[in-house]
Design a protein around this ligand. Sequence first.
Ligand code: HPA
Length: 271
Amino acid sequence: MYYENIKESADFILERIDEAPKTAVILGSGLGGVVDIMTDKTVIPYEDIPNFPRSTVPGHAGNLVIGKIGAQTVAAMQGRFHYYEGFSMKELTYPVYVMKLIGVENIIITNACGGVNRSFKPGDLMIIDNYINFLGQNPLIGDNDERLGPRFPDMSEPFSKELLEKAEKAAEKLGIDYKRGVYALFNGPCYESAAEIHAYEVLGADAVGMSTVPEIIAANHAGMKVFGVSCVTNMATGIAKVKHSHEEVVRVANESSTKLCEWLKTMLIDW
Ligand code: HPA
């Protein structure tokens, strides 16, 4: 049933576009502006796609936008799904498998995060080198459909070296300064306590956020090449001198979005 649902969503999308995208971008909080640099756009609201989940968070528009960046046809998910919204891990990774069935091979996953590494500052962009899943949940729990991926996927290299090199080249060309680090997934929706952040810091996290890891796991399961980039919107609890607010997270993400868009655009144009 699960596979048939995914196939139905994918077929619905394929019927509405001329060329299937090879690359998809998942846009995090306040980073939806990537769609502004796309041309020849087809906008498909999530609510129109059969079986597709619906966004509930401000800052997440809830559209699948397929269009061109340079010569490439790209699918942008303007709005993603989070565990804290009440979605199951299977539901929130559902779109990754839909991307797979429309022919996507490369997936770029973005997010807003809190900086745990004390050398970071709000506005920094961080290439995700690795992740820690602190959730104790996994989207692959349950029956495995071999048409989507193997039962026990390897996770020794969750991010594609090839995409990383493309990102590094593009950053160098644009003179973009970026960090690299480990992204830790916290369930949310409250921000972390200072003691939790201290624990994560000791355990090797550079950044913390409420998304991305389920999609990274699903995309690896589905055999896609993955690139992840985080926008540090605030320093994490206990390191930050002020209290957190979602409005501030979205504001800083919007500000950094210009830099991130330029970066992705250059990366995609020189593909
Ligand atoms: N913690 C968790 N998620 C976040 C944060 C944070 O500090 N900032 C943006 N997303």
